[in-house]
Design a protein around this ligand. Sequence first.
Ligand SMILES: Nc1nc2c(c(=O)[nH]1)N[C@H]1C(S)=C(S)[C@@H](COP(=O)(O)OP(=O)(O)OC[C@H]3O[C@@H](n4cnc5c(=O)[nH]c(N)nc54)[C@H](O)[C@@H]3O)O[C@H]1N2
Ligand SMILES: Nc1nc2c(c(=O)[nH]1)N[C@H]1C(S)=C(S)[C@@H](COP(=O)(O)OP(=O)(O)OC[C@H]3O[C@@H](n4cnc5c(=O)[nH]c(N)nc54)[C@H](O)[C@@H]3O)O[C@H]1N2
Ligand code: SF4
Ligand SMILES: [Mo]
Length: 896
Amino acid sequence: MTKMVATAEETTTRSTCPYCGVGCGVLIRQGKDGSVKVKGDPDHPANYGRLCSKGTALADTIGLEERLLSPEMNGKQVTWDKALDHIANRFNQIITDYGPDAIAFYVSGQILTEDYYAANKLMKGVIGSANIDTNSRLCMASSVAGHKRAFGADTVPGCYEDLEQADLIVLTGTNLAWCHPVLYQRIFAAKQKNPDLTVVLIDPRRTRTADLADLHLAIRPDGDVALFLGLLQRLAASPAYHATYVADHVNGMETALAAANALTPEAIRQATGLSERDLEAFYSLFVKTEKVVTVYSQGVNQSSCGTDKVNAIINCHLATGRIGRPGMGPFSVTGQPNAMGGREVGGLANMLACHMDIENDSHRALVGDFWQTDRLPHKPGLKAIDLFQAVGDGKIKALWIMATNPVDSMPDADAVRAAIKACPLVIVSDVQDRTDTLDLADIKLPSLAWGEKAGSVTNSERCISRQRSFLPAPGAAKADWWQMAEVGRRMGHGALFPWQNAADIFSEYAALSQQDNDGSRDFDIGAWAGRDAADYDAMQPFYWPQTEEKPSSSKATRFFSNGNFFTPDRRARAIDVALPKQLKAVGKAGIEPLILNTGRVRDHWHTMTRTARSARLSAHLAEPFCELSPEDAKARGITDASLVSVSNDRGEIVVRALITDRVRPGEVFVPIHWTDQVSAKARVDVLIPPVTDPFSGQPASKSARVTLTPAPIQSYGFAILRDKPVALALPYWAIAKCKDGWRVEFALSERPAAIAPHQMAGLFDLPSDASPLVFLDQRKERMRLAQFEGDQLVAAIFLAAEPVSVSRDFAAGLLDGHRRTFSERAQVLASAPSAALPDKGKIVCACMQVGQNEIAAAIAAGCQSTDAVGAMTRAGTNCGSCKPEIAEMLHDIAAE
Ligand SMILES: Nc1nc2c(c(=O)[nH]1)N[C@H]1C(S)=C(S)[C@@H](COP(=O)(O)OP(=O)(O)OC[C@H]3O[C@@H](n4cnc5c(=O)[nH]c(N)nc54)[C@H](O)[C@@H]3O)O[C@H]1N2
Ligand SMILES: Nc1nc2c(c(=O)[nH]1)N[C@H]1C(S)=C(S)[C@@H](COP(=O)(O)OP(=O)(O)OC[C@H]3O[C@@H](n4cnc5c(=O)[nH]c(N)nc54)[C@H](O)[C@@H]3O)O[C@H]1N2
Ligand code: SF4
Ligand SMILES: [Mo]
């Protein structure tokens, strides 16, 4: 519960969660005292009241601390007029001097549809270039390209209900338990209802999602094409092959089959790294189960053969006619809250608004007429990787970045940082006052954040729902669409930006979607053309299409149930995908290089600008890490919880070693979240080469080659601090919020004995006037230091020659503002939890703040199920996102 400004009465606002593409509906209750509580909207069709840990903690993240609240030019606060006039004048000048392609926008699946529409119109309709791309290029581009190849349009055929209606769910390259937790929960519930529902997980790592799976195939990285070619081969020779469907609705199946049949069983085993038994188990399940949904995300998309992976999957659904019907179909789940909206609105450099194509003459004419512009570009613009390369080459003279943090999330991140630094005009619109990208901006524009802004988003199943504001605009912050529209107006094109509010934009967009459509294009929301602001405010979640003729569908829709696709002859295309020419070398235990896989953790969102504001969300995993196998650790002399350097010819990061059999020997996994704002050197994208898929331009973010060595560390430390330190100059550090302050993991390149207590205090900016309590062991290999202000603890620092074993949660609890007597102060240094305040252990349940030790105790006391553990400890009883981890503890303890 967070307190904001007091209001006259209690209010409830319906909105949508700003995190993942599940698109859960939320109810925000604001009390008279200004308190804010967020819970799941029981009526929203995406979640029916459920939320995950991130959605549950939304109220923690809406405070105004560390927000950007005024426009700034070259570090000085300026008025909007000044900033916007400057941008408009510079844009006009650049167009005159260098042409429109010297300007580029890089936007995000986290802006709203209305923002996206405005950005797209400004770039393509006013500036006259298509150099607008989005972080969806790093996320969904291979799915888009695969859909377009197979269906003739970027159409997601199914909906979430299919997951409940299926008898087999194949999860490929997707960690639903952590990344789409509410879908995980829906499948979990469906499994309890339907014992015949089988789940297969295909992921090189044994993620928490494996707890849902009846079969986990720890596939060799990028073995997916071979796996699904093998499946197609097998399907073709089985009764599951639907010859009439193929004859009536699919082109190219013969060639696709020929490509699949060219593979020998040995080649499939080799490329997938899977045993014949595992392959057979999966193939026979797929053959015999009609109702099958194949869900996929970044393990498929983020690959140099990502588009082929998508089509290899779709081919299998086309061959069996298992598409467009309840409980069946390929299902690309989207990452960001508006990844789908961005695709619909033409945010990618090769698209126009409403799923139209830049290279299609009639689409261009249609959009040009509708917008009343003759400036529409004739060719696609630069895709993200090429776009930043052009920035680096000096071809781009002005770059506007909105709602994304490319210095951290783009491959070759240091090259991207250098390119942005050298660009003559960099504009960044963000909500925070510091990010690694914002730090490089010439002009900083303060945007409205979630809760303040209003507009619409589309989730993975084509459901459009409203984000509504419930907080006043803070400082001078303005909506992203308004910023774009104002620049367009000031460039002399006011007629193209006649809008007063988001409702006006949505209405225009809906009108464009139905223009000359008549069912020829999938995206049609004509029912919303010409509606007023009151209608827009009252909008209930709805699925597209929603045409003028058929306006009433609030039920989930499916595409392709009639076998008609969006290609010129209305037939789907099977694609003859071949094995990737060069199979990625298999990582081998003990041998360099290792394959670096990257991805997400449960409670953090991307570059953490919002989730790091929540102490609850920061407790689950509080520092950057590298998962590696026991074999690889042993071969390199790396011990658990020590620090490792992960490097290649592009760069180096230093992170905590986490030795686990969850990863395959020869492969390591590092999360993407840690930036220079919260850690010393953990931006994993500095290690990722800018290698892309040839069809989609999406980078292969999950397969760098790296070397691992123990970091040259001599002492390990842990600190709790009431006040955030200004800067930390240490070889390793990672800072996270805790309830009453900050917790810092750190390390030094000297032995503990070489550091004097006052030096230690100096490293953390502790006041030098008050002398700290200090404990040193005899050989000076351990130091403990506690600083008090009066009788209240303000800092405690622990240093040792090996990883510090102090209970983090217990230590963080000491910052409770408690007045301590002299003898109690000394006990702080003992830092041993007492019987009165037992050690919870590492936090597992973020909502109820239940730790590992408490759960272990419940299991020891006889709890045999997640529900029983919940009843005893409350863990997992709110959002349920930690249930997979509790299940694993139950499993591990039972196995001991
Ligand atoms: N908690 C949390 N949730 C999020 C996000 C977040 O930041 N935090 N971000 C959101 C966004 S934008 C996105 S795009 C989604 C991403 O959601 P996911 O795609 O589920 O997430 P990732 O962790 O990136 O990758 C998924 C899995 O792909 C596996 N993988 C790697 N290589 C291969 C391969 O060659 N084949 C196969 N089959 N699997 C492979 C990885 O081991 C990993 O477990 O999550 C969304 N949800
Ligand atoms: N190695 C590797 N790299 C990856 C990935 C991977 O799996 N592995 N995943 C890729 C994927 S799928 C994605 S989606 C990207 C995500 O990467 P990014 O998009 O770079 O990450 P975010 O932290 O979401 O950045 C969003 C920024 O927008 C700001 N913001 C939040 N709300 C608003 C708003 O309303 N308006 C404005 N103007 N700003 C706002 C936030 O403060 C933040 O700075 O990372 C990609 N990079
Ligand atoms: S699953 Fe979690 S992060 Fe995703 S939309 Fe729902 S509450 Fe938000
Ligand atoms: Mo994403």
